[in-house]
Write a new protein. Sequence first.
Length: 184
Amino acid sequence: MPLLLSVIAFAAILIISQAIYNGIGPMPSSKKVSKALLNSLGDLDQNLHIVELGAGWGSLLIPIAQKYPSSTITAFENSLIPYLFCRLRLQFSPCKNVRLYRKSFYSVSLQDYDIFICYLYPGAMLRLSEKLKKEMKPSAILLSSTFHLPGYKSSHEYDLDDLYRTRIFQYKSCNFLPSHGKES
Ligand SMILES: C[S@@+](CC[C@H](N)C(=O)[O-])C[C@H]1O[C@@H](n2cnc3c(N)ncnc32)[C@H](O)[C@@H]1O
C-alpha cells in the first residue's frame, strides 16, 4: 500500500510539474467537444495529414484516428504520464494510422500538415501563431477548442451548448492578418 501511494504521488508530481512548465494540464476534451470537432472536420475524402497539438490522454486522438482511417494522425504530447497512458490506450484500441511522439510541438516542423487540432491556452496559442505564420501551408486549416489563434481571422466559429459554452474556432492558413503584431 505505501508503495502504491508513493507511485501515485510521484505520478501526480510529474503531471503537475509538467503542467506548470507547459502552462496547461492534461484536461481532456469532453465527449461533446470531441464530437463537435469531428463534425467540424466532416467527411474528409482524401488521405490527409492531421496533427493534434497536445494529445493529453488520447480522448480526442483515438476517435479522430478511428473516423479517418485513411488519413495519418500525428500527435505530440510532452507530458510523460498522459503520453504513457495514451500509448497504453493505443494498445487496446490499435490505430495503424497514429504516430504519437513524446515531444514538444514547438520543437518540430509543422510544414507538412493539412489539418491542425488543438485545445491549449492563450499563451500557447500566441506562441503557436508565430510558428504557424512561418510553417503552416497555405491550404491548411486549424481547429481550436476554446481559444482563439492570435493574428488570424477565424473562418468559422460557434458555441456549444455545454456547461462552459465552449467555443470552437476554425482557421484557414490564408486568413493570417499580416498587420498583426506590427505597430501602427
Ligand atoms: C488541455 S489538454 C488537451 C488534450 C487533448 N488535446 C484533448 O483535447 O483531450 C492540452 C495538452 O497539451 C499538452 N501540451 C501543452 N503544451 C505542449 C507542447 N508544447 N508540446 C506537446 N504537448 C503539449 C499538455 O501536456 C496537455 O496534455
